[in-house]
Write a protein that binds this ligand. Structure first.
Ligand code: HEM
Length: 539
């Protein structure tokens, strides 16, 4: 497109003109200048009404002004600050270990010659469909502090979150798409996971309500279309609204439980303090649970994003205090923003490694050097330079979010006599920048060494800002550090344990599909075998 139409061009989406900018210099200038997202951006993906619409408008991805600032701040506190990031590591490691155990079942089934689940040829499987179970489990647990039960590793661990929460609204139907493995039964996490998957499904254009195109094509008729959708919902609309209502109800339930448990904990602490006063010297505090920490919230782990938001509301000033709507909105945004993007990155990284054995061998050598030691935040951030370079190169070639959206809040000079008028919608085409030959030598080639000191001079970008899979400027992805941590944790444990090969079932060349993120249309087909088994056979 950029080659054909130049660095700036206009496309029409219904009656709305969108200005596409793929020229790297202009793109970055605009991304730093514009903080606002198109006012009705979320309406390009769905038609929510009532409370669900209000919740959607409050999420930090689409909100502007104070609501965005408040939302952004709580995300930053939970997933940018090093101490909070490190607090999420136990959950990430737990999910990675369970997922690797599940992969081991795949490998065993393949070795046994297809006697595993499903009955047919088990040697290859769609890793993209499968790895969603891992990323959904991680974002679910980190965001809500409950087990989403997506990873069935045969140990039953996914079923922990007991049916005590069955009082929450009735379950919605599972979409059966990636992220769901049909593991545990009724649970808070399971309900959230089912509803999230249904919501994801309904956000795909092919599954969306028939009111969506009407809304996009005729913006002036939006109130009418919303009214029609609420009065005469079609199947997709009903399904999506039910899923979002489920998410809101379960979130409220968790928030209420958190508040009730806090009260209980405070009462217990007061009683204990009164009792302790009567005891002899130094016995005070002996009943203090786990070094001052008492699990509260009826299942929300205290390190979770939701618990952090609830805690932050106590004592916050009126302007800073998140409303219930905002807590619900940001928690679900966490899942929405982190699940598919990270799964996509992992799947395409595995594809590139399977098709570039020399790079795969370097990753294997690096992760083997890590051994069984605990994956600390420090090790993940600093100790895996080659694996990090591979991830960065994968995201350059296949950015899960290929473009950034902004709204011109004033007339913007685009240079060359072009002006984007106030309120114009801008599409900042990052993927084109990633493949621009003026920015990247051999832009189509997979060359992780671009991102290493030894390769940077010859293969690195002409400008370091030319790599932007996580966006640019004030609205840059707030989950980028977490996403890298989640991806690296799995790559370490997976490549330590398995030989990973591309399965012959993989259709080539790779075809990509635009959805919430840009994903492989036919999946990523891999086959796995245990490295240890191979070593033993050779011995
Ligand atoms: C590989 C994984 C991921 C990719 C490629 C990705 C990419 C992006 C991109 C391109 C944006 C828009 C940036 C812009 O407009 O300049 C964004 C925004 C955002 N992402 Fe991510 N993301 C990933 C994972 C995550 C995770 C795990 C979270 C969880 C916290 C997250 C939370 C967010 C939020 C809250 C925003 C909105 C930020 C704002 O508007 O202020 N993302 N992400």
């Amino acid at each position: 497109m950029a080659e054909k139409y130049g660095g700036v061009y206009k496309i029409w989406f219904g009656v709305n003109p969108w200005i596409v900018v793929s020229d790297p210099v202009r793109l970055r200038k605009l991304a730093y200048k514009c903080v606002g997202k198109p006012a009705r951006m979320s309406e390009y993906g769905h038609v929510l009404t009532g409370v669900n619409y209000e919740i959607e408008q409050a999420n930090a991805f689409v909100a502007s002004g104070e609501v965005w600032r408040r939302g952004r701040r709580v995300f930053e506190a939970s997933v940018i600050h090093p101490a909070s990031l490190a607090a999420h590591l136990p959950a990430i490691n737990r999910c990675a270990n369970r997922f690797v155990a599940r992969l081991a079942q795949r490998a065993a089934a393949a070795t046994a010659g297809g006697s595993g689940r499903g009955g047919d040829d088990e040697s290859g499987f769609d890793f993209f469909a499968e790895v969603g179970a891992y990323t959904m489990a991680v974002v679910g647990e980190v965001a809500y502090g409950v087990d989403f039960g997506t990873i069935d590793d045969g140990s039953g661990a996914g079923a922990q979150e007991a049916a005590s929460a069955a009082g929450a609204a009735g379950a919605t139907g599972s979409s059966g798409s990636s992220g769901s493995s049909g593991s545990s039964g009724s649970s808070v996490g399971r309900q959230l996971q089912d509803a999230a998957m249904t919501s994801f499904k309904c956000l795909q254009v092919e599954n969306a309500t028939k009111y969506l195109p009407l809304r996009v094509m005729f913006p002036a008729a939006r109130p009418l279309v919303r009214w029609l959708a609420s009065r005469f919902p079609d199947r997709a609309q009903r399904e999506h609204m039910a899923a979002r209502t489920q998410i809101a109800q379960v979130s409220r339930l968790l928030m209420e439980r958190w508040a009730a448990s806090k009260k209980e904990a405070a009462a217990a602490a007061a009683a204990e303090a009164a009792g302790a006063g009567k005891t002899v010297d130094g016995a005070k505090g002996s009943g203090n649970k786990a070094g001052g920490f008492k699990e509260v919230g009826g299942g929300i782990s205290s390190s979770s994003f939701m618990a952090a938001m609830m805690e932050g509301r106590r004592g916050a000033s009126q302007e800073e205090r998140l409303s219930d709507t905002e807590v619900i909105a940001q928690s679900f945004l966490f899942v929405l923003a982190g699940f598919e993007t990270t799964a996509d990155t992992l799947a395409l990284t595995a594809f590139l490694l399977a098709t570039h054995p020399e790079a795969a061998a370097k990753v294997v050598a690096e992760v083997d050097a890590v051994g069984e030691q605990e994956l600390t935040a420090e090790l993940l951030a600093e100790g895996l330079p080659y694996t990090e370079a591979v991830l960065k190169e994968a995201m350059r070639l296949y950015p899960p979010v290929p473009y950034l959206l902004r709204e011109a809040r004033e007339d913007l000079d685009l240079g060359g006599g072009m002006v984007a008028p106030r309120h114009a919608y801008l599409v900042l085409y990052v993927h084109a920048m990633h493949l621009n030959p003026d920015m990247w030598p051999h832009p189509e080639a997979f060359l992780p060494q671009r991102f290493l000191p030894e390769g940077a001079a010859a293969l690195g970008p002409a400008d370091p800002g030319a790599w932007a899979p996580f966006g640019i400027g004030a609205r840059m992805c707030v989950g980028h550090k977490l996403a890298m941590m989640v991806a690296k944790t799995l790559l370490v444990r997976m490549y330590q344990r398995f030989n990973v090969a591309l399965d012959p079932k993989q259709p080539l060349p790779l075809r990509m599909k635009a959805g919430l993120s840009r994903v492989p249309l036919d999946g990523i087909w891999l086959s796995l075998s245990e490295r240890e088994a191979k070593k033993q056979a050779a011995a």
